[in-house]
Design a protein around this ligand. Structure first.
Ligand code: KG4
Ligand code: ZN
Length: 424
């Protein structure tokens, strides 16, 4: 996917003209692209490049990707170990750390890409959803760069970026099914286009990432040397490898057969209660960890898998019934931090096999928050010629933001019986 030489010169001309015409703070002329601008196979080619900036939670990320999906610069400062030590993300504290690192992280990504800000084709930045004090840091920095360079800004929805990251590494045509499992969300949707999603299911209470983090924290896993530097979810996955998935059976959570949405609060509180009882029984004090922590982690992880699998089964059946996905070449993408979990991936692969769908999960470093996914989402919008900020310097962030068109009530109305599936 490349520009040919003439298109590129015209594009440069439009961009320069837009900048010259622009003597106010508002940038009101952006180049319009057609997909062919990026797909021409002319020999004299050059690629568009987009900078992505991510600060919605506790990762300061910046990356530059080109129109072929190459990552030409990438830098990340993660606060995971700080968040684990503090027992969660403290928004004001996280903001201070973002402020401390944003300049260098962006500089690093640009240096690796060997590009100056003025030569970028767009600056993409997460503006929603996320923690307000954190979103503000990234957006303010992006505005500064835009003001200096007059490069177009593309505001990004963090969860849409998670949903589309896989398209950077694999050919995935719309529509496809996407399950996003992270620290703040659990969303099951049909991706119809880069900015068009049908929401089939969402989280009614705790997100899966929050459940993983709370259980890991209550187990005090951070005190185990092997868990050093891992997220709560990573710690549970590690311990679960030596545990018995059936040792501590899960409650039948949210057993409403028609429900399309997710609920992890029941699973979470059952296991939190169990840990408390077990600590008393085993006389555990201070920073010590219960002796059957591995069984606990394996059983908890299995409970999460069973819940995700049921909702996924329902989504496949619903999509088949209403022909929302292609009959052949169905694809499920799973992304977001919790999708790093190999046990969950393997179990959900069984669901995909049953419904004749391929499963695509980005590699773990692209599932957790990063600048690459934001840059790529910006690139997809640049290619489509839409999604630019009209007035970038007055752009605002939005901590809470809906995802797609909500049809969860319609999915719930259809009585779908689920066949029993073996997940392991
Ligand atoms: O997508 P993400 O990086 O940030 C949000 O947007 O929330 O997701 C972070 C979440 C954390 O709750 C973390 O514990 C979880 O992803 N996570 C995992 C694993 N690695 C990270 N959960 C389960 N298993 C893992 N291996
Ligand atoms: Zn995320």
């Amino acid at each position: 996917m490349v520009f040919n030489h003439m298109t590129f010169s015209m594009f440069r001309y439009c961009k320069t003209a837009a900048r010259i015409l622009n003597n106010s703070r508002k940038i009101d002329k952006y180049p319009v692209y057609s997909l062919s601008d990026f797909t021409s196979a002319a020999p004299n080619k050059t690629r568009a490049r987009v900078l992505g900036i991510e600060t919605s939670c506790d990762d300061t990320g910046a990356a530059v990707v080109d129109s072929d999906g190459n990552i030409v610069g990438n830098a990340l400062h993660s606060q995971t170990s700080v968040s684990v030590a503090l027992g969660g993300v403290l928004p004001r504290y996280a903001r201070a750390i973002h402020q401390q690192h944003i300049k260098n992280v962006v500089k690093d990504a640009l240096c690796q890409a060997n590009i100056q800000v003025k030569d970028l084709d767009a600056i993409a930045v997460t503006v929603k959803p996320g923690l307000a004090p954190c979103l503000e840091v990234g957006l303010t920095h992006a505005k500064r760069l835009v003001e200096e360079s007059r490069v177009p800004m593309i505001p990004i929805h963090h969860m849409e970026a998670h949903a589309l990251t896989a398209r950077m590494i694999e050919q995935i045509a719309f529509p496809f099914l996407v399950l996003l499992v992270s620290g703040g969300h659990c969303l099951l949707s049909v991706a119809k286009d880069i900015d068009d999603f049908l929401l089939l299911g969402t989280c009614l209470d705790s997100s899966p990432g929050e459940a993983f983090d709370k259980v890991a924290r209550r187990l005090k896993l951070k005190n185990l040397p092997q868990c050093n530097g891992l997220s709560g979810g990573g710690m549970i996955e590690l311990l679960a490898r030596d545990g018995d998935i059936e040792a501590i059976p899960a409650p039948n959570v949210h057993s409403d057969q028609n429900a399309s949405s997710f609920s992890f609060a029941g699973i979470k509180s059952q296991y939190l209660r169990y840990i408390e009882e077990e600590e008393i029984k085993q006389g555990i004090v201070a920073s010590h960890v219960i002796s059957n922590a591995s069984d606990m982690c394996a059983s908890f992880q299995y409970a999460v898998l069973k819940h995700l699998a049921k909702r996924l089964q329902r989504a496949f059946i619903y999509c088949d019934t209403f022909e929302l996905l292609p009959e052949h070449n169905k694809t499920l993408v799973i992304s977001g931090g919790v999708a790093c979990n190999q046990f969950l991936r393997q179990g959900l692969q069984k669901v995909c096999d049953h419904y004749n769908s391929r499963l695509i999960c980005p590699p773990p470093h692209l599932c957790t928050d990063n600048g690459i996914m934001i840059a790529w989402n910006g690139m997809e919008k640049l290619k489509a010629g839409r999604g630019f900020a009209e007035d970038p310097l007055t752009m605002r962030y939005t901590p809470k933001s809906p995802f797609g068109t909500d049809i969860t009530a319609e999915v719930a109305k259809v009585s779908i019986k689920l066949p029993k599936l073996k997940l392991l």
